[in-house]
Each structure stands twice: as structure tokens, then as C-alpha cells.
Design a protein around this ligand. Structure first.
Ligand code: FES
Length: 398
């Protein structure tokens, strides 16, 4: 009897279609795999349409188009139309680069429901530095066009040591742009952000001040704009229920067709991810080893296995457990019941002693680009963790 026949696995709710790893930006905190250049092939339009149909038939209801930059795909409008006709709620997650009025018209016509636009900061200087591009003015123009086309808009700004002191200005910017939602997402340390952790990690004081600012604004602006402020895991004593539990609601499909139980699952060793090109979405979801490996509670070791809180956090994040302890089946060390919790405390302590530096000697920022990806991929093949790679990459910085 298969897992599905037993009726114990709920269907996926959220399909994230990562249409491409190509991107005009070079953000230091991108969550794409650092070795994305190893996976450069992309599904065809027909293959993507097949994925959307299969996922919808299983029960998925929300469809996000992301990347890289999804606007680099000429068939985005075709896929949005298909998704909408299938009954998905469709969301475009974009840097805004390439979002012309013509494309906005086409996306509106295709039935796109929602747009999430990313900014790096409220200032041109920092926005352009962190993305290693000159895109601030363009993003401002795009935000106006999105609103002029009548789309609901989430403004997303990833927070870290550099821009946390600007939170008030970032909120002012979102209000001026008419955003319905503002997502102030503190950096989660995976992918490129993990490679740049020494640079990006804020201090506890910065976080406290930023949270207080957010609270003041919430009281002042009421429902005009809903502000989400996500505290970084490293400052918590209980982990987040990552992806609401492995294989529970989220189905990600990478540009090359690999099906992933979370955005950064590719960083985990010992898992081979099924591909939509040769396995049905139904079999991927219900039967594959990758989606079943950390589903439920049977895979857990102590202290999670006997913990009375395991249904609340599902053991935390598998990718974080791997990055910080070397074993994805360990408890997420953010939890203060984990024997590895000290690792997290030490990272935070080191951040408290560090100052913002744009040109630090020891840990230069590694911007996301093809050259750095190939070098990180080569180091990864040799089995070295990302945070050790950074020093080796000193010469790779542009
Ligand atoms: Fe992969 Fe949390 S990011 S399980």
C-alpha cells in the first residue's frame, strides 16, 4: 500500500515555479543555490504547463513564479494565463527589472493576481551596492507602474546589518508607493546569505530598535499597509516550523525540473531530487524518497523525537541543521534544547563585536554571479562548507 493510499499525506498547497536561475541582480543574500551554474538547463513552456496541470490536479492552490528573475522568460505571460485558467491564485516574485508597461498590460490580461517587488534598501547607495547593480531608480518607476495597473503589491526588503537602521525610511518608502503589504524579512542564512553571514548578521540591539520602530508605525498607520517583520532564527530559542513541515504544503520546482521540498533543499547531502521531466508530480509528492525523508516525525533523533513541542516546530529547519551541525536529521540548533545551540550563540556573539564594513579584509562580500558560483561549486565539490569558502573567494570578488 502506498503512502497516498493510506491517506496520511495531505496534498501540496503551494507550488513555487522557479522559472530560471538567470538574474540581472547579484544580491549578496540570494537564496538560490551557490552552485546554481551547475543547474543551468531550463524546462520548456510545455513542460512547465504540464507541471502546473499536474500540481493543480493534486490540489495545489497558490502558484508563485520566481527565479532568478522570472521576467527573463518570454513565456511568463503564457504560464500565468495557464495557471489562472487552472484556478491557481498567481503571484509574481520579481526584482522589477524588465517589468515594462507592455509586460504589465500583458500580465494583467493573462490574469496575474499579485506582484511582490523586491527592494534592497530605501537609499540608492545601499540598494545598488547590495545588488551590485544600478537599479534603484528603475525599481521606483516599476513600483509606480505596478500600482497604476491596479495590482495589489507586496514590497519585500531583506534586512541585515547594513539596512536595519533604515527601517523607518523603508516603511516610509512603502507607504509612499502605496504598497498594501511590506515584508521586512530578516535574512535567513542559506545559499549566498550563508556564504556572506559574517557580513550580514545584525546585532541584537539593531533588531530590537528596528522592531520598536515597526511597532510605532503599526500603531500610527493602522490598516493602510500591513507590515510583516520576521525575526532572524539565530536570535530565537525555538526554531521555525520550516515550510510548515517537510513535504507538508510546499512543492518547489527548480528551473531544470528538480522537485524540491524547500527552496534550498539542494544544499543537503545524500538526497537525490526527482525531476518532473521523468516522474509525475503525484509520484514525486507521495512516493519519492526526497519528499518522504523528513516528513512527519519518524526520522527524528533526540532531543526532537521525545520532545513535547515537536508538533509545533517539526524539528525546525533541515537545511539549517545541516549547515550548522553537518547532519540534516539533527535538531535545528536554533532550539536551545539542541546540543549544538552554542554554535548559534557564538555566531550572534561574533556579530555583536563586528562593525559594518564595506571592504573588510577577512570576509569580503561574495556577490551572486556566475564566476563566484563556479568557484563556490568547485569548493563544494571538495566538501567544504560555505562559510569556509568565503575566505578562499577573496580573489573572486569583482
Ligand atoms: Fe530547507 Fe528549512 S530551508 S528545510
Amino acid at each position: 500500500m502506498t503512502a497516498r493510499d493510506q491517506g496520511v499525506i495531505a496534498p501540496p498547497l503551494w507550488l513555487l515555479a522557479e522559472l530560471t536561475y538567470r538574474c540581472p541582480l547579484h544580491c549578496a543574500f540570494c537564496y538560490n543555490p551557490v552552485n546554481y551554474t551547475d543547474h543551468s538547463s531550463e524546462l520548456t513552456t510545455e513542460q512547465w504547463i504540464g507541471v502546473l496541470r499536474e500540481a493543480r490536479a493534486l490540489g495545489a492552490a497558490q502558484l508563485g513564479f520566481s527565479g532568478g528573475e522570472p521576467l527573463l522568460r518570454d513565456d511568463l505571460e503564457v504560464l500565468v494565463r495557464e495557471g489562472r485558467q487552472l484556478g491557481f491564485y498567481t503571484n509574481l516574485i520579481t526584482s522589477g527589472i524588465g517589468l515594462t508597461d507592455k509586460r504589465l498590460d500583458a500580465l494583467k490580461d493573462a490574469g496575474l493576481d499579485h506582484i511582490q517587488l523586491s527592494f534592497q534598501d530605501s537609499t540608492q547607495e545601499l540598494n545598488d551596492f547590495l545588488s551590485s547593480t544600478r537599479t534603484f531608480d528603475l525599481k521606483n518607476r516599476v513600483a509606480k507602474s505596478i500600482k497604476a495597473h491596479g495590482f495589489p503589491m507586496v514590497l519585500n526588503c531583506v534586512l541585515h546589518r547594513y539596512n536595519l537602521p533604515h527601517v523607518d525610511k523603508i516603511i516610509d518608502m512603502a507607504l509612499a508607493m502605496g504598497a498594501e503589504y511590506l515584508e521586512l524579512a530578516n535574512t535567513q542564512y542559506y545559499g549566498w546569505a550563508h556564504a556572506n553571514r559574517a557580513q550580514l548578521m545584525p546585532t541584537a540591539g539593531q533588531l530590537r530598535e528596528a522592531e520598536a520602530v515597526v511597532e510605532r508605525y503599526r500603531e500610527k498607520i493602522g490598516h493602510r499597509c500591513k507590515i510583516y517583520f520576521v525575526v532572524p532564527d539565530y536570535f530565537e530559542t525555538r526554531p521555525k516550523k520550516c515550510m510548515n513541515g517537510w513535504g507538508s504544503v510546499f512543492l518547489g520546482v527548480a528551473p531544470d525540473g528538480a522537485a524540491l521540498p524547500c527552496h534550498t533543499a539542494r544544499s543537503l547531502p545524500g538526497l537525490s531530487f526527482p525531476n518532473v521531466k521523468d516522474t509525475s508530480v503525484r509520484d514525486i509528492w507521495y512516493e519519492s524518497d526526497a519528499f518522504n525523508r523528513f516528513r512527519g516525525f519518524d526520522w527524528m533523533k533526540e532531543p526532537c523525537r521525545s520532545c513535547e513541542e515537536k508538533t509545533i516546530d517539526a524539528g525546525g529547519c533541515r537545511c539549517q541543521a545541516y549547515l550548522l551541525t553537518g547532519d540534516p536529521a539533527n535538531a535545528d540548533p536554533v532550539c536551545d534544547k539542541s546540543p549544538h545551540h552554542e554554535t548559534v550563540i557564538n555566531v550572534v556573539k561574533r556579530a555583536a563585536g563586528a562593525a559594518v564594513q564595506r571592504e573588510p579584509e577577512e570576509h569580503p562580500i561574495v556577490f551572486r554571479n556566475d564566476t563566484n558560483s563556479r568557484r563556490l561549486a568547485a569548493l563544494k565539490t571538495r566538501g567544504e562548507p560555505d562559510h569556509h569558502n568565503v575566505a578562499d573567494l577573496a580573489g573572486a570578488r569583482k
